[in-house]
Design a protein around this ligand. Structure first.
Ligand code: RTP
Ligand code: MG
Length: 140
């Protein structure tokens, strides 16, 4: 086991429904530790920059519009194999395919409004954490 960090976003569909605490309870119960957290309103430019990797995908414009439709909570999570572990805790992108007990199965509304983001690699986790957090804002 290696202690890793990953990056999480609680998306606007979830903040609007007052689910930040419920989602954090699932995260903490899994053993992951929230070592950085803040609630922010993304600008269009920030959302486009964050999701630049998807800019050729057909859902890109809708995704950006969704991600700026309300506040989000950005987080740094730490724990054993945090990247893969949080992907397991989140469940499949489409909640219809997500396993019972996962965040997306319990809370997501649709393939787009799917309540949470989690980094898909250690490399992207480092990039995404740096996009939103200074070193002083992360307390391990
Ligand atoms: P995420 O990056 O948010 O953790 O989600 P993911 O890896 O499971 O999914 P990804 O393929 O990276 O897609 C990023 C986000 O785009 C939205 N999406 N919409 N309408 C669609 O077909 C569609 N497909 C993806 C979702 O919000 C997804 O989480
Ligand atoms: Mg992804």
């Amino acid at each position: 086991m290696t202690v890793e960090r990953t990056f999480s976003i609680i998306k606007p569909d979830a903040t609007k429904r007052n689910l930040t605490g419920a989602i954090n309870a699932v995260i903490e119960k899994s053993g992951l530790r929230i070592i950085g957290q803040k609630r922010v309103q993304l600008s269009e430019g920030q959302a486009e920059g964050f999701y630049a990797i998807h800019k050729e995908r057909p859902f890109f414009r809708d995704l950006v519009t969704f991600m700026i439709s309300g506040p989000v909570v950005v987080q740094v999570l730490e724990g054993d194999n945090a990247v893969a572990k949080y992907r397991d805790v989140m469940g499949a992108t489409n909640p219809a395919n997500a396993a019972p007990g996962t965040i997306r199965k319990e809370f997501a509304e649709s393939i787009e409004a799917n309540s949470v983001h989690g980094s898909d690699s250690q490399e992207n986790a480092a990039r995404e954490i740096e996009f939103f957090f200074t070193d002083q804002e992360i307390v391990g």
